[in-house]
Ligand binder design. Structure first.
Ligand SMILES: Nc1ncnc2c1ncn2[C@@H]1O[C@H](COP(=O)(O)OP(=O)(O)OP(=O)(O)O)[C@@H](O)[C@H]1O
Length: 459
């Protein structure tokens, strides 16, 4: 008993931990009296203890009583110090289950009636009394870190099991926090909330000015390093913000140092194909099937050449293109599925083979591909290629089948996307579950072509 109290005491006095805590429902009754009694006991026992210690220490009559005075002063400091620490630890025991998160979650349990009650009969002074008692309560755990609040609704096989996966909106409003991601296992449904709302950033904040960094920022909270997440998939219907997102990414890639070497594939001859009029892009934009296959083939050859030139002996062990100061080479392939459907099977296979080679071998040599398509379709983008895309984004309103196809998971509760440029994103090693995000904000007046021209000239 004493040991468990001591343990609890030590745990609460430690730094605010990130361990899981249970939500208690119904919450404990007012503990004011117990609290006061405890404080009094602490105060009296420590006062008696230090008084006894003071009496047990022999007096030293030296330097006209100065030593005795110092001793008394020291005892008073010890008495005050131990009393303060004990009271702090004691009060923390009460506070522990009283965080605002626990309070709000307990309130939600009560208001949604996420508990079962049964009538019990007892006898009181020969009278039969019927009283309601709570027999079962939904089990909720939570933990808190600097940026997030995690809530787990346990799935114990009772009536709350199916409820567990549908509580996203209720939790959001109960906690007053924005839902960042969800995750579901057989044992629990987990909801992750942002303590501070994620911010939409402006395009000019996407690239850090730190030397040697290839970090690309997407939002205030979401970023990735290009060399770690080389291949991307962006899916979004008409008007979802796909063009703004990719044009913004092109600007960011051109701001990297060394500047990225970009190749553009636009089989629908839309906005991206206009980059062929920008100095430096003349031979790097393809719209026709034969040009597209040529660009893909040449990029595969460039990748093989990099392996031959830089990774041909053991000294290259563990190195990447960045160690040799090489620029990343990025193919931006717009309307991928439209292309696959518009060309004959032989050409489609040739293109797919090149794409597969690039996604399998490109990372170390710094040769990357970014695929854009309107609809997520498992047939148009084979699983072996999709599995290599470390960066995946689904923009605009999409049904859950669409999202599940992109993110290869069906455990996520998606909210309706209304904002232009809003969607879900998943980045390997960063956000293993898809999270809501908004693409970097770009002013309507922003002149992409002029900006890209400018950046190309500054090479
Ligand atoms: N990041 C953004 N910042 C500001 N406005 C945006 C952003 N993304 C999208 N928009 C707004 O949404 C509109 C549609 O975006 P966009 O042209 O990128 O869509 P799309 O998916 O490429 O559609 P389409 O395939 O028809 O070109 C833009 O004209 C712009 O007004």
């Amino acid at each position: 008993m004493m040991l468990s109290i001591l343990n609890k005491f030590l745990r609460v006095t430690r730094k605010k931990g990130d361990e899981w805590k249970d939500v208690v429902f119904p919450q404990k009754k007012n503990t004011f009296l117990i609290k006061c009694l405890g404080l009094l006991v602490i105060f009296i026992s420590l006062s008696i203890f230090w008084d006894k210690v003071g009496n047990a220490i022999p007096r030293i009559n030296f330097l006209g009583g100065l030593i005795n005075l110092l001793l008394i002063g020291l005892l008073i400091v010890f008495w005050l110090g131990t009393t303060y620490l004990s009271i702090k630890g004691y009060l923390a025991l009460f506070k522990r289950n009283k965080s605002w998160i626990a309070n709000n979650l307990a309130y939600m349990i009560g208001s949604l009636k996420l508990y079962d009650e049964e009538y019990f009969e007892t006898t009181n002074k020969d009278k039969v009394v019927r009283e309601k008692r709570i027999t079962r309560v939904i089990r909720i755990k939570y933990k808190e870190t600097d940026k997030h609040v995690f809530v787990r609704i346990m799935r114990d096989g009772d009536r709350f099991t199916s409820e567990a996966t549908k509580l996203g909106e209720n939790l959001e409003s109960s906690l007053g926090l924005e839902l960042d991601s969800t995750n579901q296992t057989v044992h629990y449904a987990e909801y992750v909330f942002l303590k501070h709302k994620d911010e939409r950033i402006a395009l000019d904040s996407t690239v850090t000015s730190v030397n040697d960094s290839d970090e690309i920022k997407i939002t205030g909270n979401i970023s990735y390093e290009l060399h770690k997440v080389p291949h991307s998939l962006i899916v979004g219907g008409t008007g979802s913000g796909k063009s703004f997102f990719i044009l913004g990414k092109i600007v960011s890639y051109l701001k990297l140092s060394p500047q990225a070497d970009l190749r553009i594939i636009d089989p629908k001859k839309a906005d991206l194909s206009l980059l062929r009029f920008v100095t430096g892009f003349e031979n790097k934009v393809a719209t026709e099937a034969n040009q597209i296959c040529r660009i893909l083939r040449e990029t595969v050859e460039l990748m093989e050449q990099r392996y031959t030139d830089y990774f041909n002996d053991v000294s290259a062990f563990g190195k990447t293109y960045r160690d040799f100061g090489l620029p990343p080479v990025i193919i931006i392939f717009d309307e991928f599925s439209a292309f696959m459907h518009s060309v004959d099977k032989k050409v489609a296979k040739e293109a797919l083979d090149y794409v597969f080679t690039l996604v399998m071998k490109g990372r170390q040599a710094g040769v990357m591909i970014e695929i854009l398509m309107q609809r997520p379709s498992a047939d148009d983008l084979p699983t072996n290629i999709r599995a290599q895309m470390g960066f995946k984004a689904g923009l605009g309103a999409m049904d859950s089948i669409g999202y599940n196809m992109i993110f290869d998971t069906n455990n996520v509760e998606y909210k309706t996307v209304i904002e232009k440029g809003g969607g879900y994103i998943q980045i390997d090693g960063k956000h293993t579950a898809p999270v809501y995000f908004e693409t970097p904000y770009i002013d309507k007046e922003f002149d992409f072509i002029a900006e890209i021209e400018n950046l190309m000239q500054g090479r």
